[in-house]
Design a protein around this ligand. Structure first.
Ligand code: ADP
Ligand code: MG
Length: 361
């Protein structure tokens, strides 16, 4: 199969929303009147972002999903994408699945693939996505104000838990792994949330490198600090269940979330800090407290949105949560100063393990 047959067969679909799509030296795009383009690129590299033997359908999904997530964080409507792909060989069965996963998500969000590049080389993908937003409503990192509430969508820690399991740092049951693996392999970009927040949120970012790292970008850009209540964080249900073994005595204070809603009490929390989760520390296993902090505060790849809103718009966020049937949780507030302080239920600062993923640290 020639390079051009490959492009025609696997990466060419109708593009009715485009003046000129795949097949020329460049595509021609016409943004809607009054809108500006929001443009973002994300690269997925074999061995860094995924395992070489990963399911191609899910890879196709994820390659586009991480880009959609960036547009969600800007409050932009996704419209077009380009795909640059390096392949070790033209494996048609693999390409058919990759392309099916990519286009299934593209069609779900009305995104047209309008061009790209195809070469032989070590497996990697780079998508550039183009969306539309009105300039005044784009959700920038720099817009947070002191006093704003900090919110996060969905649950935190699932993708990192699944990864820790794959790296033999804890031992999840089949059901637990299945519950977390969707977050790792098939993240759902929060596009509808981003659009609903345009004009309401003062800033937003998608959580791709870990909550603290990504919230840190909002704080740097806005030149402010944050106070986070650890007990308020929407911890992965799998992790929550793991850290509340029924054998431990129940006593002490509730930590913000009532136990019947899955909240941890002090004694249980304390009792699980040093708990081993199937794999002993000298074999690289993580203990309870490390897991909590690493997965929830520093765990990457969740692709939830973290955003700030003025206190006066609290109820609007609750309404959006209901409308979208998506849990949204207030986790803290923006304060003067700089840096992020995470506090336990007693108000004492926690010094978390690890601060998120950084390719060069
Ligand atoms: P050029 O040599 O002019 O850069 P190419 O031969 O690389 O053009 O690509 C031919 C056409 O196919 C171009 O329109 C390009 O955008 C498109 N294309 C190449 N690879 C892909 C891909 N993986 N997905 C979608 N379109 C692609
Ligand atoms: Mg080219």
């Amino acid at each position: 199969m020639s390079e051009f047959d490959l492009i025609r067969r696997y990466f060419t679909r109708p593009t009715p929303g485009t003046l000129l799509g795949v097949g020329d030296d460049a595509a021609l795009l016409q943004p809607s009147a009054g809108k500006v383009l929001a443009v973002s690129s994300d690269m997925l590299v074999s061995g860094t972002h995924f395992f070489a033997d990963a399911d191609p359908y899910l890879l196709g999904h994820k390659t586009l999903a991480v880009n959609l997530s960036d547009l969600a964080a800007m409050g932009a409507v996704p419209r077009w994408a380009t795909l640059a792909i390096a392949l070790p060989a033209a494996d048609e069965a693999w390409l058919a699945k990759f392309s099916a996963g990519f286009f299934a998500l593209a069609e779900a969000y009305g995104v047209e693939l309008i061009g790209g590049d195809t070469t032989r080389g070590p497996l990697n993908f780079c998508v550039t996505i183009f969306g539309e937003v009105s300039a005044a409503q784009a959700l920038r990192r720099s817009g947070a104000q002191a006093g704003d509430e900090i919110w996060v969508s969905g649950e935190l820690g699932n993708a990192a838990l699944a990864l820790a399991h794959l790296q033999s740092r804890l031992d999840l049951s089949e059901d637990e792994f299945a519950a977390c693996a969707t977050a790792l392999y098939q993240p759902q970009p929060r596009v509808a949330l981003g659009l609903a927040l345009a004009g309401i949120a003062s800033s937003a970012i998608d959580v791709s490198d870990g909550l603290l790292a990504d919230l840190g970008h909002i704080l740097d850009a806005s030149r402010l600090g944050a106070e986070i209540e650890f007990a308020a964080l929407p911890i992965s249900a799998v992790l929550r269940a793991r850290l509340t073994p029924p054998s431990l005595p129940l006593s002490g204070e509730e930590l913000g979330i009532p136990p019947d809603k899955g909240g941890l009490r002090a004694a249980r929390c304390a009792g699980t800090q040093g708990q081993e989760l199937g794999i002993p520390p000298d074999k690289g296993g993580l203990r309870g407290v490390e897991l909590l902090q690493r997965c929830v505060l520093a765990g990457g790849d969740d692709y939830e949105l973290c955003f700030t809103v003025p206190m006066s718009r609290h109820d609007e966020v609750l309404r959006i949560s209901k409308q979208l049937a998506l849990p949204l949780t207030r986790i803290g507030r923006i304060v003067a100063g700089h840096g992020c302080t995470v506090r336990d239920a007693a108000g004492n600062p926690i010094n978390p393990e690890g601060r998120g993923y950084d390719h060069f640290r």
